[in-house]
Write a protein that binds this ligand. Structure first.
Ligand code: AMP
Ligand code: GLY
Length: 447
């Protein structure tokens, strides 16, 4: 196959990075992105274009895939997965990369994933789940009388990354329960809450491809969630990332594969809900070893913007496996056949997110973006679009996180230098970015 058509669902920075890597897979003829953004509409001559179908419109996506003879559909965000887009495609006999609705419960329900981890001996924080406020408060009081003081309160369902509250004392934990269960700040996601033991240690993300049986681990990555330098201010979707993480060696990654990722894939298969797609483990390196904070059933954003540029996709004879080949093999249950050919480039990749003034609160839209071509001309730099759109053919801001500027380097400092020089080329009114991506010592958990 050398002219395969791919349909990619989603519109963020993660999806531009996926479209970019898929379009550079030698087997791919065209990548259609539904609905996409300004970056996926026009990708420096790569065969990519947008389709005016929303990510949640399963019927229209199915019809498009059928009519266009799409060889593989790839799902970017979690919402369509939890809504069953993979089930619908499979029922129609169409090939798709991503977990079914039942398998996506690993992200969509924290109560499910915590019980699953406990049953399968996967290291994670101790927890209790509650469906009513009074029992949850009674539990907190009993726990604090036996000396427990810090807790983490989590809404069970999908809350756009906002349903987790880290609490220093019982008053804060009680307030968090009230916000989640009585004030319903996270809507139905807070019908059930998890109260978790609070862990401490640096955080690491490890993502892996799976075909439902085996796993292929990607380079470790770390994102920066706070809006301001020095991890100050409110949480965001992610203000920058880097990969791999210095100090996370192969032995450590292998331990995560053996104790977390493979047992999860085995456990999901044993339940009759095999997990196919990307399994993202958010981990904390505690004194007792790596523990799982959460699973996501998709690529991370902005982790994708640093992991995929590290995938070696050279063309030609004896070429390494491309992203398309890896994803197709997962969807066909044949990951073992391509895994030996997967190669990651040496060195590092870093990305700096350029956000609109006011994000993660209210922000303006429609501001012209300049300097993109100048930045893209720099060696080993890729500017991924997230919240952007085209107005009269010109890129304008259309979201809170507008761009992710990624760069490769021989090591992390070199990648960071290059990414920040590219950032200097780009401008839009009120542009905000962190100056300390990849430079902060990751040892504190703040709420
Ligand atoms: P989650 O969405 O579950 O990954 O949680 C979001 C963030 O909350 C994580 O990235 C951690 O910084 C923090 N967090 C979650 N669970 C815990 C825990 N058990 N102990 C300490 N911090 C946690
Ligand atoms: N960057 C965190 C996530 O994608 O969930």
């Amino acid at each position: 196959m050398s002219n395969a058509k791919v349909l990619l669902i989603g519109s963020g920075g993660r999806e531009h990075a996926l479209a970019w890597a898929l379009a550079r897979s030698p087997q791919v003829g065209h990548v259609y992105v539904a609905p996409g953004n300004a970056g996926t509409a026009f990708d420096q001559g790569a065969p990519t274009s947008n389709v005016d179908i929303q990510a949640g419109d399963t019927a229209a996506l199915l019809a498009f895939a059928r009519d266009q003879g799409i060889a593989l559909t790839v799902v970017g965000p979690e919402a369509p997965l939890a809504a069953g887009v993979v089930d619908a495609f499979q029922a129609a006999g169409l090939r798709i990369f991503g977990p079914t609705c039942a398998a996506a419960q690993l992200e969509a329900s924290k109560a499910f994933s915590k019980t699953f981890m406990r049953e399968h001996g996967i290291p994670t924080a101790a927890h209790v789940a509650f469906a009513d406020y009074a029992s949850a408060v009674t539990y907190l009081q009993a726990a604090s009388s036996t000396g427990h003081t810090s807790f983490v309160v989590k809404a069970d369902g999908l809350a756009a990354g906002k349903g987790v509250i880290v609490c220093d004392d019982i008053d804060a934990a009680t307030a968090a329960l009230k916000r989640t269960m009585l004030d319903r700040e996270f809507g139905a996601a807070g019908n059930t809450v998890i109260i978790e033991e609070r862990l401490s240690g640096p955080e690491v993300s490890v993502l892996a491809f799976s075909d439902g049986r085996s796993v292929l681990v990607m380079p470790s990555a770390r994102d920066h969630k706070r809006i301001f330098d020095n991890d100050e201010g409110p949480n965001t979707g992610g203000m920058g990332a880097y990969a791999p993480i210095p100090g996370i060696d192969a032995e450590w990654v292998e331990r995560v594969r053996r104790t977390v990722l493979q047992p999860t894939i085995d456990g999901m298969a044993a339940r009759g809900t095999p997990y196919v797609g990307v399994l993202y483990a958010g981990l904390m390196l505690t004194a007792d070893g790596p523990k799982t904070l959460e699973f996501n059933c998709r690529f991370g954003d902005p982790e994708t913007q640093v992991i995929l540029p590290l995938l070696d996709q050279a063309a030609g004879r004896d070429a390494p496996a491309s992203l398309f080949e890896i994803m197709l093999a997962c969807a066909q249950g044949q990951l073992d056949q391509v895994a030996p050919r997967v190669q990651w480039r040496p060195g590092a990749c870093a990305t700096v997110v350029l956000a609109a003034r006011g994000y993660p609160g209210a922000y303006p839209k429609g501001l012209p973006i300049t300097g993109l071509d100048e930045a893209a001309r720099l060696d080993d730099v890729v500017v991924f679009h997230a919240g952007s759109a085209l107005k009269d053919g010109q890129p304008v801001t259309a979201g809170g996180r507008v761009l992710a500027v990624s760069a490769l380097g021989n090591d992390l400092p070199a990648a960071l230098r290059r990414a920040y020089s590219a950032v200097e080329c780009i401008h839009f009114d009120g542009m905000h970015y962190r100056k300390d991506i990849g430079r902060l010592k990751p040892n504190v958990t703040k709420n």
